[in-house]
Ligand binder design. Structure first.
Ligand code: G4P
Length: 534
């Protein structure tokens, strides 16, 4: 055991998954208020509001400058050190949103009680499932009339294929929302809706048969007793190990905007959520308690300062300790580099730090030498796995306005692909550039950066592709036959991996049925093992 054990054990590195408008920003703000990281509600919200009005390139840049401070929010709560990683949503939704989840140890899922499970949550959940990330669920907006609690639970179990175990249960909803029963601690917490004059948050009742309940809740008291009896019989009992292996999610109910149920959520989160765990590398598992430093880059933020054109690489520490000036090996380029300065991100500012531990995220300034997926270690040749590219869903064909700029276009697209901004496909039957993105904003940013950084004037043309999968086949003859018969759907990405581009899910499924020996993959590891230089 080394001396970093306590530092690591008290760390919680997590992200919030939700559909836009479910209440992620509101909840984040309340968490930061508990952590003392911000002083007043509205600080994060104000930034978010300013984001919506942006559309031109300068504004995007500005917006990205702002979003970097919200990319990682570090705060303390009780004896814990919490790293909350932002999962950009709305127009910001991109491959970064997915990739952030490869750097967390657990997730919090926010669901709008009026809407149940929505599309974006389903997509983010798929990413969590890749690493069996433990998830705590918060069902929000109970102060509004919404779906019945049991129906929301059934919806989560059905759509997300995860067992739910309620640890709190709402007493009414909408105007009749009066509080929650904490099944874990066996306590009732009362909520004071706007029209109730006497605040009753301080009344804590620990016994469901307490007659004070009938006095305060009237008929709801009997309903609650019945509900609890019913759900204790109908839902799965909570099992910490099932939560930790990602097969069960503890569920809380509350209202973020009213700060109701948030403290219970945060207390349970810090107690239950895992501290940094072992990470998979291609050759072995790396324990967070190992002494030598190791980490990987999962996000690159470019042009933080337009005057310098610098880039910041977000590195998740997987083992050891970062100290200022540490010398590490950059395996992809086969060179030793010094991390002279690292930035750590506080809720509303950036700070230079002198040390950081497993689970922490550090920001390293560089001029394009760091790519997503790069591993850094003190000595050992190592490459962390599980930092993939995700199958894009938006496609555009790039048309160059001036043919003289062909080389610039090529260079620009190569670098932007390396940075993880966009994916670039070259169809095998033409010289076209097809760009693929998980979120539409990635396409806008690519176009703007091609112009401002590479002097390339280009436009987008419609592409008939809407779905893509990376393809592989153990039998090289079968692969050749597949390629020959599907020429117009095959393209090569920027790392030389073959992909199948289809016009629709239906076409893809049809093709998959026709070619059972071909493997179709939704993700592809970035610069994999053979590119590691010893
Ligand atoms: P997001 O980051 O997930 O997109 O959601 P955000 O927190 O911005 O919340 C979306 C909307 O839902 C906001 O309203 C917010 O005030 C509201 N909201 C969040 N939590 C609750 C809750 O517990 N109960 C109710 N009733 N509403 C909640 P908005 O009108 O879009 O913005 P604003 O004008 O309130 O800022």
């Amino acid at each position: 055991m080394n001396h970093n054990v306590n530092e690591i054990k008290k760390r919680r590195t997590f992200g919030i998954i939700s559909h836009p408008d479910a209440g992620k920003t509101t909840l984040t703000e309340k968490l930061l208020l508990y952590g003392g990281a911000i002083q007043q509600a509205g600080a994060i919200k104000a930034r978010k509001a300013s984001k919506h009005t942006t559309s031109d390139w300068m504004a995007i840049e500005k917006e990205r400058g702002i979003s970097v401070t919200t990319s990682v929010m570090k705060f303390n709560y009780r004896d814990f050190e919490i790293n909350l990683l932002d999962t950009p949503g709305h127009r910001d939704f991109s491959e970064d949103t997915y990739r952030v989840l490869t750097a967390v140890d657990s997730a919090l899922m926010v669901i709008d009680s009026g809407k149940g499970v929505e599309h974006q949550t389903e997509k983010l959940m798929e990413v969590c499932r890749m690493r069996n990330t433990p998830i705590i669920t918060f069902i929000n907006k109970l102060d509004r009339d919404g779906m019945e609690p049991l129906d929301i639970i059934a919806d989560i179990e059905d759509k997300l294929q995860i067992e739910c175990s309620p640890l709190s249960w709402p007493i009414g909803m909408g105007k009749g929302f009066n509080g929650v029963y904490n099944l874990y601690k066996k306590e009732i917490h009362l909520f004071s809706p706007g029209h109730v004059k006497k605040k009753r948050e301080d009344i804590v009742i620990t016994d469901l048969s307490d007659p004070r309940l009938d006095e305060i809740l009237g008929a709801q008291a009997a309903e609650l007793r019945e509900d609890i009896e019913l759900i204790e019989g109908a839902t799965d009992p909570f099992e910490l190990k099932h939560y930790l292996n990602g097969t069960q999610t503890p569920v809380f109910f509350g209202s973020a905007i009213n700060n109701f149920g948030v403290k219970e959520l945060l207390d349970t989160f810090v107690e239950m959520a895992p501290s940094p765990g072992p990470r998979d590398a291609f050759t072995r598992k790396v324990s967070p308690y190992e002494k030598p430093f190791s980490g990987f880059a999962f996000k690159i933020q470019a042009n933080m300062d337009p005057a310098h054109r610098d880039r910041i690489a977000f590195i998740r520490i997987c083992s050891g300790k970062f100290t200022r000036g540490i010398k590490v090996f950059h395996h992809r380029i086969g060179k030793s580099v010094t991390f002279a300065n690292a930035t750590i991100f506080m809720a509303n500012e950036r700070e230079n730090i002198s040390e950081a531990y497993s689970g922490d995220i550090i920001g390293i300034h560089n001029h394009g030498t760091i790519m997503i997926g790069d591993t850094f270690t003190e000595k050992e040749v190592l490459k962390f796995s599980g930092i993939p590219n995700f199958a894009p869903e938006f496609f555009k064909k790039v048309i160059l306005k001036s043919p003289l700029k062909a080389k610039h276009l090529q260079k620009g697209l190569k670098q932007l692909a390396e940075e993880g901004v966009i994916q670039v496909f070259r169809p095998i039957i033409s010289n076209a550039y097809i760009l693929g993105a998980v979120g539409a904003l990635q396409l806008d940013i690519t176009m703007a950066r091609l112009k401002s950084e590479y002097g390339v004037d280009s436009i987008y043309e419609h592409s008939s592709y809407n779905v893509s999968r990376w393809i592989r086949c153990k039998d090289s003859k079968e692969m050749a036959r597949f390629e020959h018969e599907n020429k117009s759907n095959i393209a090569i990405d920027s790392e030389g991996t073959k992909a199948y581009l289809a016009t629709s899910e239906w076409d893809l499924n049809y093709c998959m049925k026709q070619w059972p020996e071909i493997e179709f993959h939704k993700t592809r590891e970035i610069n994999n093992q053979d590119q590691v230089k010893a």
